[in-house]
Design a protein around this ligand. Structure first.
Ligand SMILES: *[C@@H]1O[C@H](CO)[C@@H](O)[C@H](O)[C@H]1NC(C)=O
Length: 165
């Protein structure tokens, strides 16, 4: 119990938050990759038409079935995990400071905390996400900036509207 308490509330909380953030990013990416695969190839499992009209069609079918085996992109999951491990400490410190600056759970405080969360934590996390992935993909910094501005805006607006999709 001692260790668990320390992991969840004590001096190891930073490590717990960092590791869990990394693991959640990894799990999220695994689910996302499977779902992308499923969306792309579900027609293979539920074919709407089984008639091959021309030899060309047969060829495409053969190509699809040979390339449609699920192959996990481990590099992508690893990159996501790395980004999660960087976001972890930020989350940890942000919410620790937030609780110190605004202790309490009254409705007014919750509104304030939510506003600070949306205006500071959310854009910072998105920046870590896109810049981190950009660096991992060896993009030029100009490209990162352009991509960052565009994606940040879209994601942040979606986040504010609670459209986390
Ligand atoms: C992941 O990182 C590696 C190494 O930095 C990079 O070569 C690769 O393009 C990245 N892959 C994705 C999908 O981001």
């Amino acid at each position: 119990m001692g260790i668990l308490r320390q992991l969840l509330f004590g001096k190891y909380l930073l490590i717990t938050n960092t590791v869990s953030c990394g693991l959640m990013m990894a799990a999220g990416d695994v689910i996302q990759q499977r779902s992308e695969y499923w969306k792309k190839y579900s027609h293979k499992y539920f074919p709407t038409s089984v008639i091959a009209a021309s030899p060309e069609d047969e060829e495409t079918t053969a190509i699809i079935s040979s390339t449609s085996m699920y192959g996990h992109d481990y590099a992508r999951t690893r990159n996501m995990t790395v980004v999660g491990l960087i976001q972890g400490p930020f989350h940890h410190w942000f919410y620790t400071i937030l609780d110190r600056v605004l202790p309490g759970r009254s409705a007014k405080l919750i509104v304030k905390k939510t506003l600070l969360d949306q205006s500071i934590a959310s854009p910072t996390c998105l920046a870590i996400f896109f810049v981190g992935l950009g660096i991992l993909e060896h993009c030029k910094s100009e490209e990162i900036c352009k991509e960052l501005k565009l994606k940040l805006k879209i994601r942040w607006i979606k986040g504010c509207l609670l459209l986390d999709v």
